[in-house]
Design a protein around this ligand. Structure first.
Ligand code: UD1
Ligand code: UDP
Length: 371
């Protein structure tokens, strides 16, 4: 069996790689070796539990309020040792985190081919999202297989001169994960009083730290003042740059429930229970449309334009008055709401992981027969 090292750092990487680990477990030719860098700790562990993944190596690298440079340095040193021990035939990374960039660089130094899952997403603005856009571009230069979730992400890679025979349009594994997770018994979100509406909010992007996050919280407060039947559920990201502001601004409001990050099954239940989702998350932008929930994206630009083009997601930025206006429109106008809640799954059909593993199997088998 050929060993495929699967590197996981954060919550979204674990969610989106879980189906790939599962598909590798079912392969007759490849076997997964899971490396958890634990760039995230509790939030990673929550996902590993649900998807029944026990890492073969756990580097336990998270530190409170870690800086990008110190985290990168720790990742490179620890991953280097780990990759030397494993000696994999290929390495898989997912997305755009510091873990992804560090693992790609280490693989390159060891002449081990890298497969990039969720390749080709671009805003073409290096400051938005920061540092993720640069991480994607650099990983794109280092990768050997590019698993693009959509045609537009594949086109971004081709436009950058990446060879077409290394780009594979697979769909996004997040849809596989969502379908898998929904096979578990549904979790229950607290019942709201009749006539009440639920708004689910998440935020964690670096470019929203400081004044934009204050504006987001002010928008939530204004919406609560203007809509006495509105309840807010806000799982708060543990990054202190987020939690201190959110808890300070919203912690006392009787119709705001602030909670720790929800496990994936509970979060899916919360998305299903919500009337409106307000978020700056990448993964949530992909899942909400598949669940038929309008998602208002608190960013100036997105690398996931498909749902916006379908009219089921909208970029609302972080200006307080604008957020209030766009949410209020959905609360007040049933036909605008229905239009955004009609559901669509531009990011995949639930079979992305299988396609990724098939590419690896045939490519590594071919490499073997050429030796
Ligand atoms: C990281 C990724 C971002 C991704 C996000 C998913 C980078 C540069 N950023 O951002 O792309 O969208 O994860 O959530 O890779 N913390 C905990 N417990 C946890 C996780 C985080 O306490 O389980 C706190 C720690 O204080 C940690 C801080 O959050 O130092 C920041 O974590 P980090 O992974 O560096 O950045 P994120 O903002 O989570
Ligand atoms: N999510 C979760 N619990 C929460 C909030 C989000 O399980 O309390 C899931 C969500 O369903 C999605 C993923 O986490 O699959 C998104 O992670 P995050 O927003 O942290 O990162 P991003 O996708 O922006 O990189």
């Amino acid at each position: 069996m050929k060993k495929i090292a699967v590197v996981l750092g954060t919550r979204p990487e674990a969610i989106k790689m879980a189906p790939v680990v599962q598909a590798l477990r079912e392969s007759n030719f490849l076997t997964p070796v899971v490396i958890a860098t634990a760039q995230h700790r509790e939030m990673l562990d929550q996902v590993l539990d649900i998807f029944d993944i026990t890492p073969d190596f756990d580097l336990d690298l998270m530190r409170p309020n870690q800086s990008l440079s110190e985290l990168t340095a720790r990742l490179i040193t620890s991953l280097d040792e780990c990759i030397k021990k494993i000696g994999p035939s290929a390495i898989l990374v997912q997305g755009d985190t510091t873990t992804v960039l560090a693992a790609s660089l280490v693989s390159f130094y060891h002449h081990i081919p890298i497969g990039h899952v969720e390749a080709g997403l671009r805003t073409h603005d290096m400051k938005n999202p920061f540092p993720e856009e640069m991480n994607r571009v650099l990983t794109g230069r280092l990768a050997h297989w590019h698993f693009a979730p959509t045609q537009s992400s594949a086109d971004n890679l081709l436009n950058e001169g990446i060879s077409a025979d290394t780009v594979f349009m697979t769909g996004n594994t997040v849809i596989d994960a969502l379908f898998d997770a929904r096979k578990h018994p549904a979790k229950v979100v607290r019942q709201l009083p009749p006539g009440h509406r639920l708004m689910l909010v998440t935020t964690h992007r670096r470019e929203n730290f400081g004044a934009p996050l204050e504006d987001i919280c002010n928008a939530v407060l204004t919406l609560l003042d203007n809509n006495l039947n509105l309840q807010v559920l806000f799982p708060v990201h543990p990054n202190p740059n987020v939690s201190s502001v959110v808890r300070g601004k919203l912690g006392q409001h009787p119709r705001v429930e602030l909670c720790a990050p929800l496990d994936y099954l509970s979060f899916i239940a919360a998305m299903e229970a919500a009337d409106i989702i307000l978020s700056d998350s990448g993964g949530v932008q992909e899942e909400a449309p598949a669940l038929g929930k309008p998602v208002l994206v608190m960013r100036e630009e997105t690398e996931r334009p498909e749902a916006v083009d379908f009219g089921v997601a909208e970029l609302v930025g972080t200006n307080s008055a604008h957020i209030v206006e766009r949410v209020q429109r959905l609360l007040d106008d049933p036909s605008a709401y229905r239009e955004m809640a009609r559901g669509a799954s531009p990011y995949g059909d639930g079979k992305a992981a299988q396609r990724i593993v098939e590419v690896l199997e045939s490519s590594l088998a071919m490499a073997e027969s050429n030796v």
